[in-house]
Ligand binder design. Structure first.
Ligand SMILES: Cc1ncc(COP(=O)(O)O)c(C=O)c1O
Length: 455
């Protein structure tokens, strides 16, 4: 069959991808096209039939860590990529990057296959052999309580990790310990806004300026949190985001790096894909003196942490939904935290007066004088169908992996120990109802009442 001829006969055949260009929003899927309407209906039924959330877990949770926030639009986008054989990084990725950068007001964005890859890419940019921003072995300060891939990224890029204690009242980096930890070898500060709670950026920026430290932000749990009205991720050289299933928006797996510096963005893109001179402004890298085929020109070293078009298609849909999602996250979190305010036995993180967190989850600390432990209360909550987790890795120096690396064992971390012993979190999803939050509060209250009655 002559494919060109065949296409000529069908010039107006609707392409789903075209429906997602700038003028159209993802909410405007033309369901009135019969074949798409039929497919959409079939996907809706299939989503219902195939639902296996919670399966494989020890019990069914009525209050799970998260709920699926994607539906027919995202699946249609993924099918479009599959059926048009446009599965590897391409136009949808470019469009999603552009829209995400606009959403963040942050110059440019580079999509990758996970938040961990975003952290890894940022750290590799710091030591990129084309023009290293930091000398190999430079000291990078990171908080000791975080998702571990943030730390591994520093180490895998050949930088020297130095752990800083956290403030158990905020879960974020402890400012006094941060200042104490700075030495002449310290060159960068890799922050995390844990659970979505923004770090006190005014003071941190002052400290960084005073000591000429590069700031890098891990915003994987903090998409749309703000400090002084500015979205986190805009306070340093670059920032990372995660689109894992339970995060503020999801691309199944996926992540993003944002950065304002165009030249660095080009280098991030090359580091993302083999060090390959592709998808970048190649005029900056003349190949005249090399006898190589420009189609396979490698000008840097690199990884392969590219996303797929299926993930980017998800991202385009989810980004449209994000403001609505995050408005609900904020509302539900307010309802929960205001009911727990000044609780005798439980506390939640302090928030800087200039910060407006868009919470990732509902973190709780059991007060040290409570007549029960973190284990007691989480066991109770689990028995009542409420899923819980520790505050990520707790004090990483107490994880088994720390035995492998002497840098984890150089000191103690009292703030992190408190988080390790007393902290836990419960889920927060924009798909939770106000009624679920009330029932969660009632369940907690029933537990706490038992102790008050005993006096
Ligand atoms: C603070 C933080 N950084 C990095 C990551 C890694 O993201 P991903 O799971 O997408 O690799 C996570 C994941 O939850 C995280 O919470």
């Amino acid at each position: 069959m002559n494919i060109e001829k065949e296409n000529e006969r069908e010039p107006s055949r609707p392409k789903l991808a075209n429906l997602f260009c700038k003028e159209n929003t993802v909410n405007e899927i033309p369901r009135n096209i019969p074949s798409i309407e039929k497919l959409g209906g079939a996907i809706e039924s299939f989503l219902e039939l195939s639902r296996r959330i919670n399966e494989g877990k020890p019990q069914k949770y009525w209050y799970p860590l998260s709920m699926p926030t994607y539906g027919t639009e995202e699946v249609l986008q993924a099918l479009d990529s599959l059926c048009s054989f446009q599965t590897t990084m391409g136009e949808k990725t470019l469009e999603f990057e552009k829209r995400f950068a606009d959403h963040q007001n942050s110059g440019a964005a580079v999509m990758v296959n996970s938040g961990s890859s975003a952290d890894l890419l940022m750290c590799h940019l710091l030591v990129d052999p084309i023009q290293p921003l930091l000398a190999p072995g430079s000291e990078v300060l990171t908080p000791v309580v975080t998702w571990p891939t943030q730390l591994w990224s520093v180490m895998m890029a050949g930088l020297k990790l130095k752990l800083v204690d956290v403030d158990p009242e905020t879960l974020n980096i402890d400012l006094a310990d941060l200042e104490r930890s700075i030495t002449p070898s310290t060159k960068a500060l890799f922050l995390v806004h844990l659970m979505g709670n923004p770090c006190p950026m005014d003071r941190i920026q002052e400290i960084a300026q005073e000591h000429s430290l590069t700031i890098v932000e891990d915003c994987c749990e903090a998409l749309d949190s703000t400090y002084a009205g500015v979205k986190v991720g805009n306070f340093g050289l670059m920032a990372s985001y995660s689109f894992f299933f339970s995060h503020h928006m999801t691309t199944m797996e996926g992540g993003m790096v944002v950065c304002r510096d165009e030249e660095l963005v080009d280098r991030l893109k090359m580091l993302r894909a083999h060090g390959w001179l592709r998808n970048v402004d190649d005029s900056k890298f003349p190949l005249d003196s090399y006898n190589v085929d420009p189609r396979y020109a490698f000008v840097d070293w690199g990884l392969n942490v590219r996303p797929t078009e299926l993930q980017a298609g998800f991202g385009l849909c989810q980004l449209e939904k994000l403001p609505g999602f995050n408005q609900r996250r904020r509302r539900l979190a307010r309802r929960f935290f205001s009911a727990l305010d000044k609780n005798q036995y439980l506390s939640f993180p302090d928030v800087d007066p200039k910060a407006d967190p868009c919470w990732f989850a509902l973190p709780i600390m059991v007060k040290t004088d409570a007549p029960f432990t973190r284990h007691d209360i989480t066991n109770y909550l689990e028995s009542q169908g409420i899923e819980t987790r520790p505050i990520v890795a707790g004090n990483i120096a107490r994880q088994p992996v720390a035995r492998l690396f002497p840098e984890f064992k150089t000191r103690t971390f009292q703030g992190a120990d408190k988080v390790h012993e007393n902290g836990f979190y419960m889920g927060l999803s924009p798909l939770f109802s106000e009624g679920m939050i009330d029932q969660l509060l009632e369940t907690l209250q029933t537990y706490l009442n038992g102790f008050w009655q005993r006096g």
